[in-house]
Design a protein around this ligand. Structure first.
Ligand SMILES: Nc1ncnc2c1ncn2[C@@H]1O[C@H](COP(=O)(O)OP(=O)(O)O)[C@@H](O)[C@H]1O
Ligand SMILES: [Mg+2]
Length: 254
């Protein structure tokens, strides 16, 4: 359904800060097929290339080599807006805040309508129970959890065929993660949305049908969480420790 065919992404060395090579390979020959309606988690150490893969799918970065095929059509050279119109939607790790804009404004743009009933339908799907929330300004006063709800709502409102969420658990508390996973699972099941979540969070990794472990710009493993565990534990020695707050941090999958 969404096929990555031998994708390669290189940057000039001056951009990556690494000398003396003339270029740095960020994504190194990745091939994978995301099936319609599947729930995928992409995990791996910081800097391994997870966000870059998401941006290549979305067209924010252009491939150096390889192809991306979506429902049989080569979308490799399509710009972001055309990929978005085709149903590929990306939720940012750090959503933008817009002074002077309300949640209602943003949601209406994503929906393509300001119909009250449609807006209520979307906010109830992301677990917002108060209509007042619609008129909140999307500015720096929002909490991490609130801005994430807004981001999820704007993705869902676009009725995506493929929804890509980059670390949707960033900045939200432990108690919000379970409901967020349930929400994305419900959207996946009810709308057959292919859901791709970049995350280190155990709850997301457990929720996924298939897990992709990225190491140094390559796929080091694809399969279920049980099969990935030895490799994740291996990585935790040097990398995942840095991501965990402490021994008892339940978000950490040690
Ligand atoms: N456009 C770019 N120019 C230079 N370096 C980049 C660019 N995009 C990503 N990188 C580098 O590629 C590596 C992978 O980045 P990223 O995909 O954001 O990692 P992850 O999301 O796995 O933490 C990092 O070292 C990052 O600095
Ligand atoms: Mg990232």
């Amino acid at each position: 359904m969404l096929q990555l065919q031998n994708i390669i992404f290189k940057v000039p060395a001056s951009d990556s800060g690494k000398e003396p090579q003339s270029e740095q390979t960020i994504i190194n020959d990745v091939s994978f097929t995301f099936e319609q309606g599947g729930f995928y988690a992409i995990t791996g150490p910081n800097g391994s290339g997870k966000t870059t893969i998401a941006k290549l799918i979305m067209g924010i970065n252009a491939l150096t080599q390889g192809k991306i095929i979506f429902n049989g059509k080569d979308i490799t050279s399509l710009p972001i807006n055309e990929r978005s119109n085709a149903g590929i939607v990306y939720g940012f790790q750090h959503p933008a805040r817009f002074k002077g804009t309300t949640f209602r404004d943003l949601l209406s743009i994503s929906l393509g309508s300001d119909d009250e009933e449609k807006l209520v339908n979307i906010i109830s799907r992301v677990g917002v129970c108060s209509m007042d929330f619609l008129d909140k300004p999307v500015d720096s006063k929002l909490s991490g959890g609130e801005i994430k709800k807004i981001e999820l709502a704007t993705v869902i409102a676009r009725n995506p065929k493929v929804a890509i969420y980059d670390e949707p658990d960033t900045g939200i508390d432990l108690w919000t993660i379970g409901p967020m996973v349930d929400l994305l699972k419900r959207e996946q099941k009810e709308n057959n949305t292919t859901t791709i979540v970049v995350s280190h969070n155990k709850t997301f990794l457990e929720a996924a049908d298939t897990l992709l472990l990225i190491k140094k710009g390559k796929i080091a493993y694809t399969g279920d969480l049980a099969g990935a565990m030895p490799m994740l534990e291996d990585l935790s020695v040097c990398t995942f420790d840095e991501l965990c707050q402490g021994e008892n941090d339940a978000q950490c999958y040690r």
